[in-house]
Design a protein around this ligand. Structure first.
Ligand SMILES: [Zn+2]
Length: 397
């Protein structure tokens, strides 16, 4: 482990996660009057390359057109006809017209009191075409400033994109200078989750109790690069991790997510680091839950399989929580199935979820239908275990 290139950074971090959160957050958790949203974003247009919106939005329109549509719809009373388009327009407006500070304030003001938000920074410029006003290190610095303003409520995570040539500096600054708490891995931005750099990082994350949020959905974002040289580990015929290289060409949109984001890519990681704290975000995503007959090919089954085999595997409700089919599964099975009851985390994916409707409405509809007992499990008890903060609560988890 001492030969690990990131060892010197981790040596300076306390191994107890309680010592890595601000005093104000410790006090809030000790007061027992808290809940978590384990998955949110507050970065605005300044950190987003132009192509981001074109990839996310399923209409052949550009952002100017959507702003125009937004202006028209706000004049109308009944918007049900064009509801999807309106949601996209509002989503774009939110990202383009507000500062990161305002987005954070909106999130805090429109959520239940004393919600602690895991805020995730993404290295979009590294993977998506288009200019940005502010680079990734600036995004990390600005996120930390907002955390300093709300030290009891904001717990920052950052994406580690191993294709960024400055990745070593980013990791050092994020942990030591800006006090980030955990990491995010977003494979469809153009890298395998078992990239050698990441494997080195996981070795230390396991030992230091640094939690990892994994993007695990078939929809959404991907890199705009077409030809990608890959380096990664995979399980070989004898069941052991083996190093592989591959040059891969991508011609269609769904190729990226299907290739990079599938849970199977994590087998070699979990086999190598079985105590790693991981959260498979979105639990497979909308496509996995959209009402089509469920088969053993569903990503959610792969994730449950990991939960059965590895003690620190969690999954969050981010984005997917807007679907009725998903709500039904949780309502009927959360307490019938012990694993689900202990490993599901509440997350919203604010403000990305605005593509599906108003944040407040979607959130309260879910909370109302699922009931307070389940909400207590997924937004209080389970996040405390995922984050390794049990010693603060004195509650039976
Ligand atoms: Zn997200």
């Amino acid at each position: 482990m001492a030969q690990n290139p990131y060892f010197k950074i981790f040596q300076q971090l306390p191994k107890d996660p309680v010592e890595r959160i601000p005093e104000a957050m410790r006090l809030l958790i000790q007061s027992k009057e808290f809940r978590f949203d384990i998955h949110t974003h507050i970065f605005n247009r300044d950190y987003i390359p132009n192509k981001f919106f074109e990839i996310r939005i399923p209409y052949l329109v550009n952002t100017d057109f959507l702003e125009y549509v937004d202006d028209i719809f706000t004049e109308l009373d009944d918007v049900s006809e064009g509801e999807d388009l309106l949601n996209y327009a509002l989503f774009i407006e939110f990202a383009t017209k507000h500062s990161m500070e305002n987005i954070a304030q909106y999130l805090i003001n429109n959520s239940p009191r004393n919600t602690i938000f895991v805020v995730i920074a993404l290295d979009l410029f590294q993977s998506i075409e288009g200019k940005v006003k502010k680079d990734y290190i600036q995004q990390l610095e600005d996120t930390a400033k907002i955390r300093d303003k709300y030290p009891d409520l904001i717990l920052p995570f950052f994406e580690v994109n191993p294709t960024n040539p400055d990745i070593d500096q980013i990791i050092e600054k994020a942990f030591l200078e800006y006090g980030f708490f955990g990491i995010k891995v977003y494979p469809s931005l153009g890298y395998m989750p078992s990239h050698p750099r990441l494997m080195q990082l996981y070795e230390l994350c396991e030992e230091w109790n640094v939690p990892i949020i994994i993007h695990s959905a078939t929809h959404n974002l991907h890199t705009t690069r077409n030809f990608i040289p890959l380096e990664y580990y995979a399980i070989d015929e004898r069941g052991r991790p083996a190093f592989r290289t591959q040059k891969k060409m991508f011609l269609f949109r769904n190729q990226y997510v299907n290739f990079f984001n599938r849970p199977q890519n994590w087998e070699v990681v979990l086999k190598s680091f079985p105590r790693l704290r991981v959260n498979f975000s979105h639990l497979g995503g909308d496509d996995d839950w959209d009402g089509r007959p469920r088969t053993d090919r569903n990503w959610s089954f792969r994730i449950f399989d990991f939960m059965e085999r590895y003690d620190n595997v969690f999954a969050d409700t981010a984005y997917t929580f807007h679907l009725d089919t998903f709500l039904e599964l949780l309502t009927t099975n959360l307490f019938r199935n012990k694993l689900l009851g202990e490993r599901i985390l509440f997350g919203t994916d604010f403000y990305m979820i605005m593509e599906k409707g108003k944040y407040k409405n979607l959130r309260s509809r879910f909370a109302l239908n699922i009931g307070s007992e389940v909400m207590e499990a997924i937004s209080v008890k389970n996040p405390i275990r995922f984050l390794g903060l049990e010693s603060l609560t004195g509650m039976k988890l």
